[in-house]
Design a protein. Structure first.
Ligand code: CP
Length: 329
């Protein structure tokens, strides 16, 4: 008889959906079915975390390269862990000590990595569209780990996964996203996933950071925090990018905190069982108070854990194994 650790991961509960994509560039181009397919596969991947041996041989012999032109703690580390848990080999490309510092172009750098027979490249870059460019010019699978203010698809997926795990559904939830929506790739990817899956999305912040143009994506716009979070099932707070203060998009950090900072008093306007989320890194005492960040409604650390499961699912599906659950050792 097989022990619990030897049994295969449970297959996704919904009928298998073919995931025929080679790249994950954004959630805008994915259907609701494809997003659900990734979330279902992530659920199977998460079941591996509680085993004694937290590793499956699904991607043995495959090579994943993390190519991050911007800083990262969560995304880079969790892609590395996700790849290792699927038994892939991982290379973390260090931009600072690479020949990029000598002026080597992005495409030449990527072509060099491809020549080393890498199968999947995970790229973060400040320029929107960089992953799309690489996907057109190279033979490797490309995963967007954040391109400028455009998209951060795996963050959108892990946020949606965490909401579905905690609330049992996405359809009909009221999700308030608070902060600098205009410059946020996290907000865009959340908006695409949540609206496609039937959530009600309320965007909250000053008019300079939450312009009316987002109504075209099917979102509500609120410039008053209490109105925006009223009756919310989920509040997803975005990092206030302190560097933007120089551009006069809001008067001061102090004023932002006074008008839009989430604290225990303001949390009462949302539903009693509201989830408080944040993609990180967190500015404690600015967009969120210390007690709410560490309080009973916060699922910030669970988002990080779920990020590994979601990234395992993405690596697995892109590597062409759609339709079969991962086997164990
Ligand atoms: N949420 C997120 O993208 O965090 P990192 O910048 O640490 O990867």
């Amino acid at each position: 008889m097989k022990s619990k650790d030897e049994s295969p991961a449970a297959p996704p509960s919904s009928p298998p959906v073919q995931f025929n994509r080679r790249h994950l560039l954004g959630l805008e181009e994915l259907s609701a079915e494809e997003i659900t397919c990734i979330l279902d596969n992530a659920e199977s991947m998460k079941s591996i975390f509680t085993r004694t041996v937290k590793k499956v041989p699904t991607l043995r012999g495959r090579m994943v390269c993390n190519l991050f032109f911007e800083n990262s703690t969560r995304t880079r580390t969790s892609f590395e862990l996700a790849a290792k848990r699927l038994s892939a080999d991982v290379v973390n490309f260090n931009i600072a000590t690479s020949s990029v510092a000598k002026g080597e172009s992005l495409l030449d750098t990527a072509r060099t990595i491809q020549a080393m027979h890498v199968d999947i490249v995970v790229i973060r870059h400040s320029c929107p569209g960089t992953p799309h460019l690489l996907s057109r010019r190279l033979n490797m699978s490309v995963i967007n780990a954040g391109d400028g203010a455009h998209e951060h698809p795996t963050q959108g997926l892990l946020d949606t996964f965490t909401m579905r795990e905690k609330k049992g559904r996405i359809k009909g939830l009221k999700v308030a996203i608070v902060g600098d929506i205009l410059h946020s790739r996290v907000a865009r990817s959340n908006i695409w996933a949540l609206t496609k899956l039937g959530a009600r999305v309320a965007l909250v912040g000053p008019s300079t950071l939450v312009p009316r143009q987002f109504e075209k994506l099917g979102c509500e716009i609120h410039h008053n925090l209490k109105e925006g979070i009223a009756g919310a099932d989920v509040i997803n707070l975005l990092r206030i990018q302190l560097e933007r203060q120089r551009k006069n998009l809001f008067p001061s950090i102090r004023e932002y905190r006074l008008l839009y900072g989430l604290n225990r008093d303001r949390l009462r306007y949302a539903k009693p069982d509201v989830l408080v989320m944040h993609p990180g890194p967190v500015n404690r005492g600015v967009e969120i108070s210390q007690d709410v960040a560490d309080g009973p409604h916060s699922v910030i650390n669970e988002q990080v854990t779920n990020g590994i499961a979601v990234r395992m699912a993405v690596l697995y599906l892109l590597s062409g194994n759609a339709g079969t659950a991962p086997a164990t050792e």
